[in-house]
Design a protein around this ligand. Sequence first.
Ligand SMILES: [Zn+2]
Ligand SMILES: [Zn+2]
Length: 345
Amino acid sequence: MRAVQLIQIGKPLENKDVPIPEIGAQDVLIRVAAAGICHSDAHYRSGISKIDNLPVTLGHEIAGQVERVGKEATNVAAGRVCVHYLVHCGSCEFCTRGLEQFCRKGQMIGKHRDGGYAEFINVPARNAFVLPDEISFEVGAIMMCSSATALHALNKARLKAGESVAIFGFGGLGFSALQLARAINCGDVFVVEINPTKLASIAKLGAVAIDANDGDPVAQIKEATNGKGVDVSLELIGSAKTMRQAVQCLGVLGRAALVGLTAESMSIFPYTEVINKEAEIIGVSDHLATELPLLLEFVRSGKLRFPAEALRVVDLEAGQINAALDQLQHSIDHVRTVIVPRSAR
Ligand SMILES: [Zn+2]
Ligand SMILES: [Zn+2]
């Protein structure tokens, strides 16, 4: 079968002919119908994120058709599925508590093991989730990464109906977080951005756009909430400055969920900004398999949408995929590129 692999860090991905994977008793073989090209794939290729088992087939946002089911696999049958990208042991102290993102033997699909830039992939059956007919394969693929993490962030922040939310950064995570917050029936949503195109689309999605070019976003949020601040904030950018703002804009009992990655340190005034308000600062890492059924239902019912104009399709071909990865390193818009193998069309 065709697979597009990372052979050497810093070099373009290459087309390879590899055997169709064998499946174990608890695995399924999936014919890949769509594989999202993600920002982290660009980071693997460039070496910003370390990857040490080369060559590897990239691709962790995957949807397709189950073609073969292992003898002991009972949760899925042949049919449409999307894939949870973390393969975990299922039996360690974390897995047994439903916290598989901390599994010591955890393997990220498309990083630690071969991913979806291929015609077929084998995954443990428990990583396959039935994809409802109403959801296209393309959307089924891309929703398995940033949207799932956005939902996890809202869950970690314990967002409840009626509560107000401030979202810092309107990239792929923010785009999903805004719609998911509304799906949970939250109160006012404020989205902090500096990009004019994104600021315009925020208002169209029914949120209050906070233009950080117009002065301190914390002051703007406080003013818009009559001095109260928000119940929940999400930091999706990965900068110490916006993390601090995400804490500062909280009201009494507010929760700041930090999702963006940075190596910088952040300083806050513990008394006035946390203790006095009984505010919480919460770390968010990845997402959980148990969160995916609700996410699928939000997409199935149209509460989380990915407009068709925001999807671009390429073939399973190294040249086209490398070009898409090049573009991702510079892009600021919401256009997502999805690989649809010719053999699956
Ligand atoms: Zn991704
Ligand atoms: Zn485990």
